[in-house]
Design a protein around this ligand. Structure first.
Ligand code: EPU
Length: 424
């Protein structure tokens, strides 16, 4: 098992960093490639991540041709001809996000069988909103033996109100509705940039989706869809992670091609802390002086609120800013496990239900720690850069799901960091 080893304490990140296409955008985009019965779909700016390989395999498992040209960051999908309708446990258990194939398979085939995703370290993550929405569109849903079976000769447009703006449910229902008979409206829909990216691809494929990026989506069903070419939106969470890394290390970093609009909630909190964040033609520049930063209170919310996927990294920043900061996590019920690991590095924090109080300030000490989920692994690596001495971060399978060459990018910015095989 690989490990990342960081010699921390004096790190000051400087320079430029390039951001990949967004993991959380490309996974539903790959699910959408199942929909067209004519032509091929070409996705560009595809990040090389283990989750992308898993989703490629889910789509391949439906008897669809998928070619990943890694040198060009390009995936070509040919879903013409008959496709299968089963997404097996083998893949769904590996990656919860594979549940987004349920809507497109059902819409295209009239029948879909997808394994029920299991629990997850950050929260219980039910899929009731996905299933209720499909039922409202006329699908008959059965759950037996750990599988969800959905059947509908042809889905029918419906008015759907979501109790919570779930990202995955919005994506699943949006894709299902593209081939339904009639018009579907989704109220209280998720508004994340990844939803807009999916709507853009669907429209290029001949669908009619309006309102993406607002809380009301309208999808007018069409009879068939065709392949299209699309470039995946930049990863706002990877960009945000490097913004926080610069802020923690008295850095001066240009995050190239990062989209200002997508990172607004994070930028607003960084500025409130005293970090200098400016928009340049080439991207977003972050300049920081830790001595001048002050503690803040942050509450995670669905977009355009502060993203839960930046919570762990932001608590790492809170840990080095003198004074008491507060982080309230409202999206997932168990997403503070990194704080327990950071305690091993000397962090003083208390967690009461959804609220963490962080008594920040250096010094912190390097330690051997374990990633508990994807964003936690990034947070621990960032903390390792500012902690005195050596930090060893294990269980990198989480990191590889969502960050491409994370240690190399940090090393290029000046961090003393390397990745080694567990045996060395
Ligand atoms: N929820 C329900 N019922 C549902 C669906 C969701 O109660 O049917 C609840 C969940 O339990 C959770 C909340 O709603 O408490 C938010 O879940 P959502 O469905 O919005 O999340 P998701 O689609 O499963 C995506 C990202 C996550 C990100 C969340 C929230 C992908 C592949 N994953 O998950 O990304 O945290 O939205 O923004 O897009 C990550 O990248 O580290 C990550 C976990």
């Amino acid at each position: 098992m690989d490990k990342i080893i960081i010699e921390g304490g004096k790190t000051q990140l400087k320079g430029e960093v390039i951001i990949e296409g967004a993991k959380n955008a490309v996974l539903p985009l790959l699910a959408a490639t199942i929909l067209p019965t004519e032509g091929q779909t070409v996705l560009k700016n595809v990040p090389i991540l283990s989750d992308v390989f898993t989703m490629n395999n889910v789509v391949r498992g439906l008897d669809v041709t998928v070619h990943f040209n890694e040198a060009e960051n390009e995936v070509t999908v040919d879903a013409r001809g008959d496709i299968l309708d089963v997404a097996p446990y083998e893949y769904v258990s590996k990656m919860r996000a594979s549940i987004v194939v349920l809507g497109p398979i059902l819409a295209r085939n009239g029948h879909a069988k997808v394994s029920m995703p299991g629990g997850c370290t950050i929260g219980s993550r039910p899929i009731d909103l996905h299933l209720k929405g499909l039922e409202a569109m006329g699908a008959k849903i059965e759950q037996t033996g750990g599988d969800i079976t959905a059947t509908a000769d042809r889905l029918k447009g419906a008015n759907i109100y979501m109790d919570f703006p779930s990202v995955g449910a919005t994506q699943n229902l949006m894709m299902a509705a593209t081939l339904a008979e009639g018009t579907t409206t989704i109220e209280n829909a998720a508004r994340e940039p990844e939803i807009v990216d999916l709507a853009n691809l669907l429209n290029k494929m001949g669908a009619s989706v309006t309102g993406a990026g607002t809380e009301n989506l309208t999808i007018i069903g069409v009879d068939k869809m065709h392949g299209a070419e699309h470039s995946v939106v930049q990863d706002r969470i990877e960009a945000g992670t490097f913004m926080v890394a610069a802020a923690m290390t008295n850095g001066d970093v240009l995050i190239k091609d990062a989209v200002w609009e997508h990172n607004r909630p994070l930028i607003s909190k960084l500025r409130e802390m005293g970090v200098e964040v400016t928009e340049e033609e080439a991207g977003i520049r972050v300049v920081s002086n830790l001595d001048h930063l002050k503690p803040v209170t942050v509450k995670t919310m669905p977009h355009p609120g502060f993203p839960t996927d930046m919570q762990a990294q932001f608590t790492a920043l809170m840990a080095v800013v003198s004074g008491e900061s507060t982080m309230i996590e409202t999206v997932f019920e168990n997403r503070f496990q990194h704080l327990e690991e950071m305690r091993r590095m000397g962090l003083n924090s208390e967690i009461l239900r959804d609220t963490a109080r962080i008594h920040g300030g250096l010094p912190l000490q390097g330690a051997q720690v374990m990633s508990t989920d994807l964003r936690a692994s990034a947070a621990l690596i960032l903390t390792g850069m500012v902690a005195e001495g050596t930090t060893i971060v294990g269980k990198l399978t989480h990191l590889d799901r969502g960050y491409y060459k994370f240690h190399e990018k940090l090393a290029q910015l000046g961090a003393n960091i390397r990745r080694v095989n567990g045996d060395s």
